[in-house]
Design a protein around this ligand. Structure first.
Ligand code: TRP
Ligand code: SF4
Length: 337
């Protein structure tokens, strides 16, 4: 029996950080052992919000794929490719767009939240929703095409992406019912991933300027984490604190430290017998050790400038073969072959 198919994608965000490492990448590296896996750069999806600043997309794509390889995505085992190289995604998107009722899109909470955050809409009123560009409103349909053109069974994503996988299932069901059964109904694969705070205690994000990047020199990683926010009650060295209210502890000690170290930190924090800097040094050692092999592989990758393009060329070729076979079935089912 062949293993189930797994697919996930990421917008080209450039250099990846510790939030990506623990939220997504370690999970992907683990999953690729058990599934027939596809991982792709969603560069068309980047246009849904960044259509006015497209200069960085190509560079960000290379940078991100280099980081994927550095953390251990294996291009022999997994198909690593770029969305815009596989035109079949666009063709399937078009056909799916024809059978997708607009209300399925208008009720998508993730699209609306994103549009609100970007200041594109002020509320969920109909008049406001009409201000969202057609492609932005429809991006879950493109996502459905990304997933179904490979007949993926499992889609590892964060909770915010679950509505899109739900739309994908609904579109697959509708297509299979209208024409003939071609598609599986994929499941989101939610894993409990730790929430990683950035240096200021908010969610780690490049745009908040609070991130620690995977490819940063160790001295910079150390300097950044040394000034990461801790329990605000510990204004002075003698003020006791609580690890439960410490972003550094909640994001990093918890993931990286041994049980003994955690007990020591807990005691030291609550009794003010340890200072925050010394306390953070305990976890910083582990973070640096975790990042060392990643940085080493990244150095090797950067020393071979043609490597990322070669990986993408090979992945694109393998992805295209699968996508094109599916589109043969789709055209036949719809009656357009
Ligand atoms: N929408 C996802 C994001 O913004 C990226 C994405 C596009 C994706 N197509 C996908 C994820 C297909 C999983 C499967 O992060
Ligand atoms: Fe956080 Fe450690 Fe400082 Fe406590 S002592 S607030 S756990 S860094």
């Amino acid at each position: 029996m062949s293993p189930p198919t797994l697919l996930s994608g990421f917008r080209p965000t450039g250099r990846l950080h510790l939030g990506h490492l623990h939220g997504t990448l370690k999970n992907w590296v683990k999953l690729q052992a058990d599934y027939r896996s596809f991982f792709f750069v969603a560069d068309w999806h980047a246009l849904t919000t960044a259509f006015e600043q497209t200069e960085g997309i190509a560079r960000s794509t290379r940078e991100m794929v280099a980081d994927w390889l550095a953390v251990g995505l294996d291009p022999e085992r997994s198909v690593i490719f770029r969305q815009s190289s596989i035109l079949e995604h666009a063709e399937l998107f078009l056909i799916f767009a024809m059978i997708t009722p607009t209300p399925w899109l208008l009720r998508n909470p993730t699209v609306k939240e994103q549009a609100r955050e970007l200041g594109l809409i002020a509320s969920d009123d109909d008049a406001e929703l009409a201000k969202i560009n057609f492609g932005h409103l429809g991006y879950p349909v493109l996502q459905a095409a990304d997933i179904l053109v490979y007949k993926a069974d499992k889609v590892p994503v964060g909770a915010d992406q679950v509505p899109h996988v739900e739309v994908t299932r609904e579109i697959a069901r509708r297509f299979n019912h209208l024409y003939r059964p071609v598609f599986p109904e994929p499941d989101a694969l939610l894993s409990e991933v730790p929430k990683i705070a950035g240096l200021d205690g908010r969610k780690m994000s490049k745009s908040y300027n609070n991130a620690v990047f995977l490819s940063e020199p160790p001295a910079d990683v150390e300097a950044k984490l040394s000034r990461m926010m801790t329990d605000p009650r510990r204004k002075r060295r003698t003020d006791p604190g609580d690890p439960a209210d410490c972003p550094a502890y909640q994001s990093f000690h918890k993931i990286y430290c041994t049980t003994d170290e955690l007990a020591e930190v807990d005691r030291g924090c609550k009794s003010a017998s340890i200072g925050c800097l010394d306390c953070k040094r305990i976890m910083i050692r582990h973070v640096l050790a975790d990042l060392e092999p990643i940085r080493e592989r990244r150095r090797e990758i950067d020393a071979r400038p043609a490597l990322v393009d070669a990986v993408l060329d090979d992945g694109n070729r393998r992805a295209r073969a699968v996508a094109s076979a599916t589109m043969g079935e789709v055209r036949a089912a719809v009656g357009l072959d």
